[in-house]
Every structure is written in C-alpha cells, then in structure tokens.
Design a protein around this ligand. Structure first.
Ligand code: FAD
Length: 429
C-alpha cells in the first residue's frame, strides 16, 4: 500500500514536470526509476559527459524517495560487522568509506547545485531501556574503532532531554553528522541538475517489458504505450517499487514492508522549542521503530507502524497518533496536514544488494529504510561502475545475499519473524 499524498508533494506544487516518452529511441544508457538512486546515477553520469535517459513510471518521487521520513542517516543500514565479516580488510575499508561518503555527497550536492531542501544536522538514536542502550554502546564502539567521530553518548534522561522533551526513553546516542531534509525538494534539485547537464527524464513512462537481443546485447524496453527504448546499458533503480522487469535474483532477495508517516499542522515556535529544542531528528531502537523530526514549517513529521504483512491497514492515522502522543502527550489534540504510506525494500541482512549481469544490466536495491542519503552514493557507485571504476561496486556486489525463505509466502514468514522482535521490544527485554 502506498496511499495518500505526502506532505512533500502537497507543499511543493511548483516542482518541475517532465514529459512522457512519445517516440521510440536509442540511448547508450537507460535508467529505470526516477527516485534518488536513478536520478543520482543520471546526474553522476551526466557530470562525466554521458548522455542518459531516465524512465519513471509515475512522477519523480512516486516511490520511497518522495514518501519517506526525510532522515539523512550516516553509513550502511545494519551494523557494519555484517559487511566486514564477508570482506578482506582492504575491501572492508572501501565499503566503510563508501557508506560514510553518503551524507557528504548530500552536503556537497546541496551546496554545488544550490538545492533548497532544508538540510539540517543533528540526530538522536533513542533507547527505551538498558538493552537498547547496550546496543547503542556497541554501535558507538564499532564505529569509533573505524574512525567515526560524530557520536556523543546521552547517558540518561536528563542528557537526552537537551534534545527531546519526553519521559519515554532512558538515554540515547547523539550523532552530529546525520540529520534531516525535505526529500522531494532534494530529489527535484538533483533532477534539474541532471537535466541541465544533458540527461533526458521522462515521467509517466512505465516500462512493461524488458527483452535482451542475444546477438548485440541491446536491451529493448517496451513502454505501456507501445514505444521502445533500445539501450546498450541498463540500470534498474526501482527498489521496492520495481514493477514488471526485475531479475529473478532481485525478486528473491527483496521483501517489502509498509511504513507510514503523519505530518501535523505547524506547531507554535514555542512548542517546537519545547519538544525538540535542538532541531535534531529522532529514531528509537525498536524493531518496528518510530522516527520523527520537525520540518522547516514547524510540522511534526512522525513515522512508524511498519506492517510486515503488507495488508492494507485501517486507521493508520489513529495508530500513528497514539504512538506520537505516547512520546509527546502535548500533541494529543493537534490536527494533521497529511498521512501517507510507502513501501520499504529490505534484504535478509539489511544491507543493499548490488549486482550486474554479463550483458550490462546493473542494479541496486534493499536500502532497508535507510536510503535517503545512501541511495545517492549507491547511484554514484552504479554510475562509476558503468564509467569504468568498478572498485566500490565490485566490493558491494561481492557480498552474499540470502533469498527470503518462503517464496510467495515470504511476507507472512517475515511477519512472524518480526513479531518476535516486536514482542521483545514491548516487554523491554
Ligand atoms: C514511509 C517511508 C519512510 C522512509 N523513511 C526513510 C528515512 O527517514 N530515511 C531514510 O534514509 N530512508 C527512508 N526510507 C527509505 C528510502 O525512502 C528509500 O530507501 C529510497 O527512497 C529508495 O530510493 P530509490 O530511488 O532506490 O527507489 P524509489 O524512490 O522507490 O524509486 C523507484 C522508482 O522506480 C519507478 N519504477 C519502478 N518500476 C518501474 C518501471 N517498470 N518503469 C518505470 N519506472 C519504474 C517507481 O515508480 C519509483 O518512482 C523510507 C521509506 C518509506 C517508504
């Protein structure tokens, strides 16, 4: 389920529109998916002098890139150990550095292309109980051993209270190098830059079928309206929204989780100062986590309520509101501006899956709820691999990804697995 317009679409009606593809064409490089991954790859290729064509089924940001919480997080989604243990020391360093480059890339692009997207730094990982505090300590130890210097431990409720006005948590970990932004404005800023540098972008152009010509390796992409795009190189950047054309190993290694977000009406400046005095974004450590922040207009943007069964759920607003009021009772009667949902693509080990075929189809997927910054970096890594520098891409694509057990029954199986962790979180063990 991906229902409801996000607040990002509602507050940004003047965003640029791109025409659908109206005729059959040849292109060297085609990119499927006008989200942060595809547009980032297009921009990086265009910056290096390569003409590309981006084909997007809906509008830019129709997928996760225009529907997320706007949290700009450092590094890879899961503990780095899951990557490190599969790699040599040298390759692990390449993987670590690639993950750490993601937020810097956002900063650099915002500055270089003057993208007005409310980028703000400061992030709190909040612990409900001591087991979660111990998990945060472990992350701090792991990252600092690898050279990270953005963390400050928030030892108790008083230290945490400098950033978050609630009794819900026992402490946390502050990260000065993560933060938040308006993701759809950022995406459009990148798209405008990519187009100025020569990329062609087509919205409302769903690709229904992919065929490969065995003799010359050309990829034939068939649109819904009968046009054909012939491309030498193809980048699949559809993540959880990829429809019709996924490769078998992409399908077997990706599951979908639905997450939802509520945007309140703007709060008074006093209330904003009281609830989140430093303007940091916050995520808790539960398996089905809450994540929230105050946007540039003073709205609380509150996300959570992961649904592993992907069943359309009723009364999302009620549930999100209950979660929000548990943390901030002051928000009990606040009205909403928008509620929406979106699909998150997850892998078994919560590390993105990179891959390519011998006939030049490249892909990356499975950002596991941690893609706002990382997709940009992944797009650059795909683009670099196409250009000829395969170092980062090869390291990441050498990682082993297990298929989800259960085949078509995978989502109920996943839900059962997650129920265990949700129960542990409820019981605070
Ligand atoms: C509710 C929610 C909250 C989230 N919160 C955060 C957060 O706060 N921080 C964070 O880091 N991450 C978050 N994420 C994850 C993050 O948004 C994603 O990892 C990221 O946006 C993925 O970007 P993408 O470009 O790979 O894919 P998408 O943005 O999903 O883009 C894929 C695009 O491909 C298009 N497409 C698919 N198939 C075809 C086809 N056949 N033809 C043409 N086009 C096609 C789709 O229409 C879509 O626009 C959240 C995700 C959701 C859903």
């Amino acid at each position: 389920m991906s229902g409801g317009s996000s607040i990002y679409e509602i507050e940004f009606p003047e965003r640029k529109q791109y025409p659908p593809l109206r005729e059959s064409v040849d292109t060297d490089i085609a990119i499927i998916g006008g989200g942060l991954t595809g547009i980032s790859a297009a921009l990086h290729l265009a910056e290096n002098g390569f003409a590309v064509m981006v084909l997007e089924a809906g509008k830019l940001g129709t997928g996760g890139s225009g529907r997320n919480g706007g949290h700009v997080c450092q590094g890879w989604p899961n503990d780095f150990y899951h990557i490190q243990r599969q790699l040599s020391e040298q390759d692990a360093k390449i993987a670590w550095d690639s993950g750490m480059a993601a937020v810097d890339l956002v900063k650099d692009r915002v500055a270089k292309y003057k993208i007005d997207c409310d980028l703000t730094f400061g992030y709190v990982n909040a612990a409900y109980h001591q087991r979660q505090m111990a998990e945060l300590d472990e992350v701090q130890r792991e990252w600092e051993a690898l050279g990270y210097d953005g963390f400050t431990r928030l030892d108790d409720q008083a230290a945490l209270g400098n950033h978050v006005d609630t009794n819900a948590y026992v402490g946390g970990l502050f990260d000065s190098k993560s933060g938040h932004m308006q993701p759809l404005k950022y995406l459009h800023g990148l798209a405008v830059a990519a187009q100025r540098k020569g990329s062609a972008i087509h919205e409302n152009t769903p690709i229904k079928k992919l065929e490969t010509n065995a003799s010359n390796g050309f990829k034939h992409l068939h649109t819904k309206d009968g046009q054909q795009v012939r491309a030498k190189i193809l980048l699949l950047c559809g993540n959880a929204y990829l429809a019709n054309i996924g490769l078998p190993r992409m399908k077997s290694c990706l599951a979908h989780v639905t997450s939802s977000v509520l945007a309140t009406k703007p709060l008074s400046p006093n209330m904003v100062k009281q609830l989140l005095p430093t303007g940091a974004a916050v995520a808790d450590c539960n398996a089905a986590l809450n994540y929230y922040r105050i946007d540039a207009n003073g709205r609380m943007i509150f996300g959570g309520r992961a649904s592993y069964t992907n069943v359309n759920f009723v009364n999302i607003e009620h549930d999100l509101r209950r979660r929000m009021v548990d943390i901030f009772p002051l928000l009990k009667n606040i009205e909403k501006d928008a509620v929406w949902s979106g699909k998150i693509g997850i892998t078994v080990n919560r590390i993105p899956q990179f891959g390519r075929t011998p006939n030049d189809i490249y892909f990356v997927q499975g950002f596991s709820g941690h893609g706002v910054a990382l997709t940009g970096q992944a797009g650059v890594m795909l683009a670099d691999a196409v250009i000829g520098d395969q170092t980062g891409f090869d390291v990441m694509s050498s990682l082993n990804h297990m298929p989800f057990p259960g085949g078509p029954l995978r989502t109920p199986a996943l839900a059962l697995g997650m129920a265990y962790y949700k129960l542990r979180d409820r019981l605070k063990i």
